[in-house]
Design a protein around this ligand. Structure first.
Ligand SMILES: Nc1ncnc2c1ncn2[C@@H]1O[C@H](COP(=O)(O)OP(=O)(O)O)[C@@H](O)[C@H]1O
Ligand SMILES: [Mg+2]
Length: 431
């Protein structure tokens, strides 16, 4: 098959790495890709959101399957465009991708199909929102921009003053632009957080292995939220019983509900959850792989990924068996630029990557990297690399990932030292 992968982050490098190893992969292009994907196929200098040029390229090159990594082109309708052009694509239509692009729409779907989630109200105007915050509201509560806000649109508020500030910033000052012109005010849910991923063609679903990300910048879960500083798989805090509940009470009714409403979902469904005393409840849905969760999942996936992507795109998932997984745990540690998630410099030389022996058990996935005029690898983004390792057990996977991470040097390099440490304590507690 001739494959075009869309995106340029660590997630896409991990997908490219897995796809390139498929015996069915004849050719692989990545648009726009990064220096990591360039080693696995050919990079095409088209931005992920240039729907016209991506569609034209796929047609000219007789691409058999387009795999879309990030949410923006999905929400903009890339898969619809490709389908109109007769090109198979992995990822939801714009109508189905609204599940991530509009938190207000997501809530409507959840409520209509009785999927457990926090109770909520929606506001477009400041005055009624403020009356609620000063009247019947209970604290803490959560204020959310409805639209895509790159992970920066959620504020947890301890009291009415904080909530008023958050709502005013979104509705009046427009801090998130259009994305914040509609706000949700949500009940605060208690309990540990978990993510669940499933492949689906809109009828059949195949849940993937559990994983856990680490969103905050600093050890111990302190500091500002980031795109993700590391991940592990499996996630020992999610029991088999919880996995079954997530599949039955959350993933299946959501997929079938969307289907029922004429928004058939094909691709990766990613549920952000709280494991409350009353069972798992949805915080939000995303419509693509998480980054860096994708990196640990791809390392642990033993089966060929390509048949699953193709089957999701073509509506043939029912015909496939569940995939095989490496039983060993995987850990990924993100190396970020100094200053991230705020301002950070770019163009800083990266040293030591060539000396690392990469293979089945260790991969360094590239994200914010580029090559300078002399062909040297330099930083180009906030999250630069994701060092990913498998180990016989979690301590060994951590040891391998950190040993490799410590051989990679660039000025300002920022990483968390505790990826997987909380999970280790959970495992020790269970033993
Ligand atoms: N109802 C809620 N109760 C408790 N915490 C919440 C709630 N909604 C969101 N959060 C917290 O805020 C984070 C971000 O919210 P989420 O809905 O996942 O938005 P996004 O990922 O788009 O920023 C969650 O991971 C969770 O930690
Ligand atoms: Mg989230």
């Amino acid at each position: 098959m001739r494959i075009l992968l869309v995106g340029s982050g660590g997630r896409e490098h991990a997908l490219a790495w897995k796809i390139a190893r498929s015996p069915d992969c004849e050719r692989l292009w990545t648009a726009p890709g990064n220096p990591g994907t360039a080693e696995l196929g050919e990079n095409v200098p088209i931005p992920a959101t240039d729907l016209d040029r991506i569609t034209a390229f796929a047609r000219e090159q007789k691409v058999d399957l387009v795999v879309v990594g990030p949410e923006d082109p999905l929400a903009a309708g890339l898969v619809d465009r490709l389908q109109e052009a007769g090109i198979a694509a992995f990822g939801p239509s714009a109508a189905a991708a609204e599940l991530e692009a509009s938190k207000a729409f997501c809530k409507e779907i959840l409520v209509r199909h009785r999927v457990p989630t926090a109770s909520y109200r929606v506001y477009k105007d400041l005055n009624p929102a403020v009356s609620y915050l000063e009247g019947g509201a209970r604290y803490p509560l959560v204020v959310k921009a409805s639209g895509l806000a790159a992970g920066k649109g959620v504020v947890i508020c301890e009291d009415a003053a904080a909530a008023r500030r958050a709502v005013r910033a979104m509705l009046e000052d427009g801090v998130h632009g259009e994305a914040g012109r509609t706000v949700l005010i949500e009940e605060f849910l208690q309990g540990p957080e978990a993510s669940a991923f499933a492949l689906t063609d809109g009828r059949t679903i195949i849940p993937l292995e559990t994983c856990q990300d680490h969103k905050q910048l600093l050890d111990g879960g302190r500091g500002p939220n980031t795109g993700g500083m590391g991940a592990i798989s499996p996630n020992p805090t999610v029991s088999q019983r919880t996995r079954d509940a997530i599949e039955r009470q959350i993933l299946l009714p959501t997929v079938h509900g969307l289907n029922h409403e004429g928004r058939r979902f094909r691709g990766i469904l990613f549920a952000g959850l709280k494991l409350t005393p009353a069972g798992p409840k949805v915080l939000e849905f995303n419509v693509r792989f998480g980054d860096p969760e994708c990196q640990v999942l791809m390392m642990r996936l033993r089966s060929d990924l390509l048949p699953y992507l193709r089957a999701c795109a073509l509506g043939e998932l029912e015909e496939l068996e569940a995939p095989e997984w490496d039983l060993r745990p995987a850990v990924t540690v993100v190396l970020a630029s100094g200053g991230y998630p705020g301002e950070y410099p770019k163009g800083i030389p990266i040293q030591g990557l060539d000396e690392i022996e990469q293979g089945e058990d260790l991969q360094v996935f590239q994200a914010g990297t580029t090559r300078d005029g002399d062909g040297r690898l330099v930083t180009a983004g906030g999250r630069v690399l994701a060092v990913t390792a498998l180990g016989e057990d979690l301590p060994q996977a951590r040891e391998r990932a950190y040993a490799a991470a410590d051989r990679i040097r660039f000025e300002g390099r920022t990483l968390r030292r505790d990826i997987g440490r909380a999970a280790l304590s959970t495992l020790e507690g269970m033993a």
